[in-house]
Write a new protein. Structure first.
Length: 329
């Protein structure tokens, strides 16, 4: 199923793994790339040595294209240089304006992607030289760029950017969602929550269990609750005891929230973690896992079993083909 996005990125299937920090490592990124889609490594929160090691580990697992993701809310110049030196050929930017780094990435021969939340931002990104636009809808899990739902956002972005390929993000977890995204004019689906249930995802079993058991009503959009170290970054998570206690207290501001500063979990890699921090519950965490930030989108209701990532890709593609064929009759 070749699309404009597939052709631009050099992949076979229009499925792109969302770069979920703390959940995606080399194994998951490589598995998606080996299946014909595009794996993306979230390296923006790593130091340079770990960034280099992650890229090298992914290269050892796949010869297919994969991308690295950089968050423009933080200084990324040195990380970008490290990525390019390690041979990264696709750079995915997120959050603020990537214009200052686009030229450097493209001078090194990399393809540049950028995630936006509205059509105006998409046009500015294209004018700055971005090659592929990711239009992220409000129903997406994790950190959410805009306030428009995917169904309305994608065609608006497609119409605004002309021939530049567009990826639809948010609200896609199966072949029906992928087929809908393609019908809206996107050239691929950006999928995160479904891959939280992949065998390769590096998350805690309790986190995965909550994803598998949640409904479409069990996530909540928050403007700045799980904000540790990253202010003004709206996000969507599974509603938990931390959210419930904060709401019961009248949604107080930072500094007045119940249990603020309380250590609720620890890990060998990160040490002590406090309530309201921005932590993806990883496999080596111990403590109140449920009280941490369990990022997930509204499609969690469609995620009901753990599978290898390759099987998830095959299943989504088979269903998308069936949907498209049925609609063509």
């Amino acid at each position: 199923m070749a699309t404009s996005v597939c052709e631009r990125l050099g992949i076979d299937l229009p499925i792109i793994l969302a770069p979920m920090g703390g959940a995606v490592g080399p194994e998951l990124a490589a598995a998606v790339s080996n299946s014909g889609g595009l794996g993306i490594l979230p390296v923006w929160c790593m130091d340079i040595d770990n960034t280099r090691a992650s890229i090298r580990a992914t290269k050892a697992l796949t010869s297919a294209p994969f991308a690295v993701n950089l968050n423009m809310d933080f200084p990324q110049e040195e990380l970008l240089e490290a990525c390019l030196e390690e041979g990264a050929t696709i750079i995915s930017f997120f959050w603020q304006d990537p214009a200052p780094l686009i030229g450097r990435a493209k001078d090194a021969g990399a393809i540049v992607m950028h995630t936006v939340g509205d059509a105006d931002a998409a046009k500015r990104a294209v004018d700055s030289g971005v090659d592929v636009i990711v239009a992220q809808g409000w129903e997406a899990g994790g950190h959410v760029r805009g306030m428009v739902a995917t169904m309305a956002l994608v065609p608006a972005v497609v119409d605004r950017v002309g021939d530049v390929p567009v990826v639809a993000a948010g609200g896609i977890a199966d072949g029906r969602g992928l087929a809908a995204a393609l019908a809206l004019g996107a050239g691929a689906g950006w999928i995160g929550t479904r891959f939280l249930a992949s065998e390769e995802a590096t998350i805690h079993p309790d986190y995965r269990k909550h994803v598998l058991e949640s409904s479409e009503n069990d996530t909540v959009y928050l403007t700045d609750l799980f904000d540790g170290g990253w202010p003004d970054a709206p996000h969507r998570v599974i509603r938990n005891s931390t959210v419930a206690a904060w709401e019961a207290a009248g949604r107080p501001r930072a500094g007045e929230r119940p249990g603020e500063g309380e250590v609720i979990a620890t890990s060998p890699s990160l040490g002590a973690m406090t309530r309201y921090g921005t932590y993806t519950p990883r496999a080596d965490f111990t403590g109140e896992i449920e009280a941490l930030s369990m990022w997930a989108g509204q499609t969690s209701a469609l995620v009901r079993r753990v599978q290898p990532a390759a099987e998830i890709v095959r299943e989504i593609m088979a269903e998308a083909r069936n949907v498209i064929t049925a609609l063509a009759v």
